[in-house]
Ligand binder design. Structure first.
Ligand SMILES: C[S@@+](CC[C@H](N)C(=O)[O-])C[C@H]1O[C@@H](n2cnc3c(N)ncnc32)[C@H](O)[C@@H]1O
Length: 183
């Protein structure tokens, strides 16, 4: 796992607090994942009781959102010739993570994942199972604190400015356009 360019407290592994609900784990629960705790499940059930369609409706929305993300990546890899992706706010790994979708179309695709959540870091090994022709890497930290120079691990990566790349910040509201513009 990489944490290139991060210093000080950001290099420390934060505690995963299971006594309070956590948005990333609630999202995992909505998608039927296993990286969530009873406090997250109870919060989701309370919060979405009044949602149109209730909890099942929110689950359907979350699945639909993931399907859209998959279709976009598939299009970019297959039809638009994109071979390098920065996935900001990756979330807990699921079926069809960005590199799996992209490498199904183009095995040489390279994906850098970025997420600031320690629970995502705990599961990040699943994101590093790249096709041998391509590469994946994981950066632990906020995209706001990563400079352009440290965004890409050394090796086979090319600067986004010199290579057609795709940035995804799907469902990551704190990754503002201003932050992303620095990459
Ligand atoms: C709801 S998940 C989205 C997962 C996935 N991108 C998707 O669309 O299904 C949002 C993720 O964004 C991460 N996140 C939010 N702000 C971030 C930031 N500034 N830098 C890095 N990660 C961030 C959270 O830790 C969380 O894991």
């Amino acid at each position: 796992m990489k944490s290139d360019g991060l210093t000080g407290p950001e290099r420390e592994l934060a505690e995963i607090d299971t006594s309070v609900p956590h948005a990333t784990r609630v999202y995992d629960y909505l998608l039927g994942g296993k990286a969530n705790f009873s406090v997250d499940r109870a919060a989701a059930e309370r919060a979405y009781a009044a949602w149109p369609g209730g909890l099942d409706g929110v689950r359907a929305d979350a699945r639909a959102h993931r399907a859209v993300l998959g279709r976009i990546v598939r299009y970019l890899a297959r039809d638009a010739g994109i071979r390098q992706f920065l996935d900001i706010g990756t979330g807990i790994p699921k079926e069809d993570n960005v590199h799996e979708v992209a490498q199904r179309e183009a095995p040489e695709s390279r994906v850098v994942y970025v997420d600031r959540d320690p629970i995502v870091l705990a599961h990040a090994h699943q994101l590093l199972r790249s096709a041998p022709e391509g590469a994946t890497s994981y950066i632990y930290g906020s995209c706001a604190s990563l400079g352009r120079s440290c965004a890409l691990p050394p090796g086979r990566w090319t600067s986004p400015g010199r290579w057609r790349s795709c940035y995804s910040a799907s469902c990551t509201s704190s990754a503002t356009p201003t932050t992303l513009a620095r990459w």
